[in-house]
Design a binder for this molecule. Structure first.
Ligand SMILES: N[C@@H](CCC[C@H](N)C(=O)O)C(=O)O
Length: 289
């Protein structure tokens, strides 16, 4: 009988993930294996994969082990690596609690974007300290077909281009990554958010994610959008001295983002585990030539 690999499936505002618990980091997950698992027809299906590893057991996280016992080894659906995933870290924390690895309250999670504090409430949504945004200088343009827009370059650990548009339909089908310029702005690719206003400090977005395509939500993207909107609206907390809270509607639900006067950003939203099961390791081997 072939070996079985435990998995779960979860989502945060419908940004969905295959979860592979592997505390001692013994499961080989090359990019082709991740892409096969995230394939929506031939695999389990997901925008990305959360490899759950003890920090001490992973070379990229060992230095964070004293601060955070667990490392979110996040991968995009195409198998590429990303620095951070805002929806993923909530789902990751929810999994840790469900598995009995952590209790309610504040826990630290190591990510490639540094250690994040996640607050798991007794019931309901999960809040993550996302750190501070970086706003690299320089004009960026994104385009779809004949239309193009100026975009704000926001780095939330991972890169984002935030474009305010008149109508979310102007983003088109988003089957392919929207071109951007100059190419030097994002040497490693970019996540692109298209944003419209819905009301006072209330916006809605569509997103094309690097390594995943159009997704139903992006947590780091929602934070980037809130930061860009606050600068546009004259509500930069560093200038006003007052926190700025934005409600960000995504196709898969709603996220609430607060940027404090010291620049620290908190994101609140749901995390759901929908299934668990076993992967046939023999299938995974044949699926990854
Ligand atoms: N969906 C994520 C972001 C995942 C990483 C992104 N695709 C990248 O390559 O930077 C989120 O919720 O933040």
């Amino acid at each position: 009988m072939s070996t079985r690999i435990a998995f779960l499936k979860g989502h945060g505002t419908e940004n969905d993930f295959v979860i592979i618990p592997d505390p001692e980091n013994v499961i080989d997950l090359p990019p082709a294996a991740v892409a096969a698992l995230c394939d929506r027809r031939a695999g389990i299906g997901g925008d990305g994969l959360l490899h759950v590893v003890r920090s001490a057991a992973h070379p990229e996280a060992r230095a964070m082990a004293a601060e955070a016992e667990w490392f979110m080894d996040y991968r995009n659906g195409d198998g590429s690596i990303a620095e951070m995933c805002g929806n993923g870290v909530r789902v990751f924390a929810h999994y840790l609690q469900r598995a009995g690895h952590v209790a309610e309250g504040d826990i630290a999670v190591a990510t490639r974007g540094g250690v994040k504090t996640v607050h798991i409430a007794k019931e309901g949504d999960i809040t993550v300290g996302m750190g501070k945004a970086l706003l690299p200088e320089g004009d960026v343009t994104v385009s779809v077909g004949e239309r193009s827009w100026p975009a704000r370059n926001v780095n939330m650990g991972n890169p984002h281009a935030v474009a305010f548009v008149e109508d979310l339909d102007h983003a088109g089908d988003l089957y392919t990554a929207p071109p951007f310029s100059p190419a030097s702005a994002y040497p490693d690719g970019v996540n692109v958010e298209f944003v419209v206003d819905r009301g006072l400090r209330h916006v809605a977005l569509r997103v094309h994610e690097r390594g995943s395509g159009e997704t139903r939500s992006c947590g780091t993207g929602a934070c980037a959008v809130a930061v860009a909107a606050a600068r546009r609206d004259g509500a930069d907390p560093a200038v006003t001295g007052t926190p700025a809270t934005y409600t960000v509607d995504v196709p898969g639900g709603r996220l609430v983002i607060t940027e404090r006067a010291d620049g620290e950003i908190e994101m609140t939203g749901p995390a759901v585990i929908v299934a668990e099961g076993e992967i046939d390791a023999g299938w995974l081997e044949t699926a990854t030539p």
